[in-house]
Design a protein around this ligand. Structure first.
Ligand code: C2E
Ligand code: CA
Ligand code: CA
Ligand code: CA
Length: 279
């Protein structure tokens, strides 16, 4: 028994060591990733489930590195934040996401939005509002076509600074979505005080549809409340037909998820626009 214990301890250390080395490798490679053109974007459609129209796409960052292969965002976004590399990376994401939507516009797909994830570290940059507005202007989009997705964890720090910046962006026409809504510490007061346009209901609540969990009544409440507040309510991570049907019944406006489409490269997203019968 003692030997096993020792062995376990050894394995535990080894796992830690491997995790640590992986992290170091990610950090090292992340530093050169922008210059080496290792980033690209995938796009996942967002659908108006009440009329079947594609309302836009969420841009999702992808990283392919020669040494590490494909690294999922959850494995490197945190490190990018700790090292502040998220600032140039986030700027790159916004610019390229806007360029993608402009391309769609020029092809005749006009009434569409691009949603871009934004880290708190970006929002805390002094020049964040100018950076966003300049990038949008240079891309030739209207500010109304761009939605920044922020998470509630963002709101804990420097609340007033962030609120002011979001208000400036709203003033200019930029849309704001509250991502992962309901996950973690949901504060309803922030909903009232911040200029939010869209509520993205976290996937965990969508998962509970049909399993009969309390998540269902949570969704009902969010949709009703969101509608009353004049917000767009979007359900994330929709994977099943019965989930879409439930959401339609509850008059949730929009949905995003594998059931509609997985995130995909630009050329496929363009094909999807072409083939989708946008009524
Ligand atoms: P998120 O913003 O909540 O994005 C949704 C995630 O759920 C994406 O994962 C997407 O691929 C995945 N997803 C969409 N539909 C489904 C579904 O039906 N089922 C399942 N199981 N998953 C679904 P992804 O692309 O791996 O991104 C993970 C997270 O990384 C994002 O979560 C976001 O927080 C962060 N992230 C991605 N791109 C960026 C970026 O450009 N900037 C920042 N700051 N964060 C990003
Ligand atoms: Ca998001
Ligand atoms: Ca989300
Ligand atoms: Ca998330």
């Amino acid at each position: 028994a003692k030997a096993t214990g020792k062995n376990k301890y050894f394995i535990y250390n080894k796992d830690l060591q491997i995790a640590f080395e992986k992290r170091m490798k990610i950090e090292k490679n992340l530093r050169g990733a922008m210059d080496n053109n290792e980033f690209f974007l995938y796009f996942q459609p967002q659908m108006d489930i009440l009329d079947g129209r594609i309302t836009g796409f969420e841009a999702l960052l992808r990283w392919q590195n020669p040494e590490l292969g494909f690294v999922p965002p959850l494995d490197f976004i945190g490190i990018a934040e700790e090292t502040h590399l998220i600032i140039p990376i986030g700027q790159w994401v916004l610019k390229n996401a806007c360029m993608f939507l402009k391309k769609l516009n020029d092809m005749g797909y006009r009434d569409m939005m691009i949603a871009v994830n934004v880290s708190i570290l970006q929002l805390l940059q002094e020049n964040f509002v100018d950076m966003v507005l300049n990038t949008i202007e240079e891309s030739g989009l209207k500010p109304e076509q761009v939605e920044l997705e922020i998470t509630e964890s963002i709101l804990v720090e420097s609340y007033q600074t962030i609120r002011t910046r979001l208000l400036q962006l709203k003033e200019a026409g930029v849309k704001i979505a509250l991502d992962d809504f309901g996950k973690g510490s949901s504060s309803l007061s922030s909903l009232k005080q911040l200029p939010i346009n869209t509520l993205k209901i976290d996937k965990s609540f969508v998962d509970s549809i049909s399993t009969g969990q309390i998540g269902e009544s949570f969704i009902d409440t969010i949709v009703m409340m969101g509608r009353k507040m004049g917000l767009v309510v979007l359900a994330e991570g929709v994977e099943k037909k019965e989930q879409i049907e439930y959401l339609i019944k509850r008059k949730c406006h929009r949905a995003q998820g594998y059931f509609i489409s997985k995130p995909m490269p630009e050329d496929q997203a363009i094909v999807l626009c072409r083939d989708w019968s946008n009524p």
